[in-house]
Design a protein around this ligand. Sequence first.
Ligand code: SF4
Length: 73
Amino acid sequence: MIKINVDQGLCLGCGSCEACAPEVFELDTKDFKAKVKKGNERLAEASLELSPEQIEKVKEAEGNCPDKAIKME
Ligand code: SF4
């Protein structure tokens, strides 16, 4: 399991993470902060089972986030 956190205070709502990994991130249209997708839930932090390909995409999203709001462990 990979734990992914989007710091809601840091997120600028640019949408870059959703563009990189749309199966993992979604920009919340209410508060314009990115959330982690887990089933039907949209969460600031979630633990997910990801394929190696998805992990690479999340790493890319983490690296590209302009405000370093994404953490994964
Ligand atoms: Fe927010 Fe970073 Fe995603 Fe942009 S890339 S929406 S700042 S978490």
